[in-house]
Design a protein around this ligand. Structure first.
Ligand code: ATP
Ligand code: MG
Length: 376
């Protein structure tokens, strides 16, 4: 089986690693250069979307910000999963919000802004404090503003207006500020036959808008809420593949923040912590194979490696620690790889995270140090 992945980053790379034992071969399509590349070596093996489609049995995607004309061509080939609609939904906060409402899934109150009059109306209807997010193109907290006080509205409007005017299709979604206790996410797979298998929820810590620490948690009440919302969204999209839902936990009540129609950073822990990892399950789903068990086998945390290209050797030496590099050139703040740390039970995992805080640099791994301050 030959699967083409739109996007040639670390998610395609990890799909390639997970697909090999099943004889699933991955090629990656770099949407910017139109090169077909090997997902592990980045060696160029061809060029052009038509060639890429021709060679593939199945086409899927590792990110949602894909030009719509590319999505349409892929969809017309009859090989594309999950679907152009699902990818567009994940890439446009307006469509995403409409989907969440249609699926009757709780989410933050919102309004769409195109003009200053819309902005004033949103301040009335959504209320302050609010979070303002570009409808298209946002990731890792980029393209966002916070409005805490009405007096700031005039100051931030020029920036918002410039963002809206930068493209014909751009807009801003104003969202009520949610006073959440924590953020969690649910990663799961839906097969071609409509079967659904979800992983345990992960609790996520963000640092400067970027995911830094993600830990599988065991909470039956939240898990049931999340699974119900996952199934509602996945069924509504007639989804095939791995899908992620990000939530705010507000005193035990989950609200969906956003969806990602793909394998997700908060699911990387499944490589060591679950019976079948998210990358394998995505491939199983899109290739029409039975889904693999999503059962937790060892309690696991995932630590993102941001902007660093080396680690002290004590990390690899530690029992239960696995390092996954993405083979990328170093840049400040860039996701360069991740560490999965596993244990047989929660207290042991906490001890390992405490030991990692002693080894890892505080500036590069603030979330691990914050964890240590609270728990060690
Ligand atoms: P990513 O791609 O990393 O998931 P993103 O750029 O798509 O991020 P969001 O997930 O929507 O953006 O927002 C980034 C972070 O900002 C959230 O994880 C959360 O911490 C905070 N945030 C977003 N929306 C709200 C809100 N309505 N109320 C409070 N905090 C929010
Ligand atoms: Mg997010």
């Amino acid at each position: 089986m030959h699967v083409l992945v739109l996007g040639a980053g670390q998610l395609a790379r990890m799909m390639s690693l997970a697909g090999a034992p099943l004889n699933i071969e991955i090629s990656a399509f770099d949407v910017g250069s139109e090169n077909i590349v090997h997902p592990l070596t980045q060696t160029v093996i061809g060029n052009g979307l038509a060639n890429a489609i021709e060679q593939a049995d199945i086409i899927t995607a590792e990110f949602e910000h894909i030009p719509h004309d590319v999505l349409e061509v892929c969809e017309q080939s009859g090989k594309f999963l999950p679907s152009a609609e699902a990818i567009k939904t994940g890439g446009d906060r307006r469509i995403e919000k409409a989907l969440l409402d249609a699926a009757e899934v709780k989410n933050a109150k919102y309004a769409v802004i195109q003009t200053r009059a819309d902005f004033d109306a949103a301040i009335e209807s959504v209320g302050i404090p609010m979070v303002l997010k570009s409808a298209l193109g946002g990731y890792d907290g980029k393209g966002q503003w916070r409005l805490k006080d009405i007096a700031q509205a005039d100051a931030i409007w020029p920036e918002m207006e410039a963002c809206i005017q930068a493209s014909e299709t751009q807009a801003i979604v104003a969202e009520e500020f949610v006073p959440f206790d924590r953020e969690v996410s649910l990663v799961g797979a839906r097969g071609k036959d409509g079967s659904v298998a979800v992983y345990p929820l992960a609790e996520n810590v963000h640092t400067n808008g970027v995911l830094s620490l993600s830990t599988a948690i065991d909470n039956l009440e939240l898990q049931q809420q999340a699974q119900q919302m996952f199934t509602a969204v996945a069924n509504r999209l007639d989804y095939v593949g791995v899908l992620a839902l990000e939530f705010f936990d507000v005193q035990g009540q989950l609200l969906v923040n956003e969806i990602a129609p793909r394998v997700h950073n908060s699911g990387h822990w499944t490589q060591q912590g679950a019976e079948t990892c998210q990358f394998e399950n995505h491939l199983r789903a899109v290739c029409g194979m039975p889904l693999g068990s999503t059962q937790l086998i060892r309690t696991t945390s995932m630590i993102n490696i941001l902007g660093e290209d080396t680690l002290p050797s004590e990390v690899l030496a530690m029992d239960g620690c696995h390092v996954h590099w993405y083979g990328k050139e170093q840049r400040t703040g860039r996701k360069m790889g991740h560490i999965n740390v596993s244990a047989e039970y929660t207290a042991e995992l906490q001890r390992k995270l405490c030991a990692l805080a002693d080894i890892l640099d505080e500036e590069a791994f603030p979330a691990v140090h914050e964890f240590a301050q609270k728990h060690c």
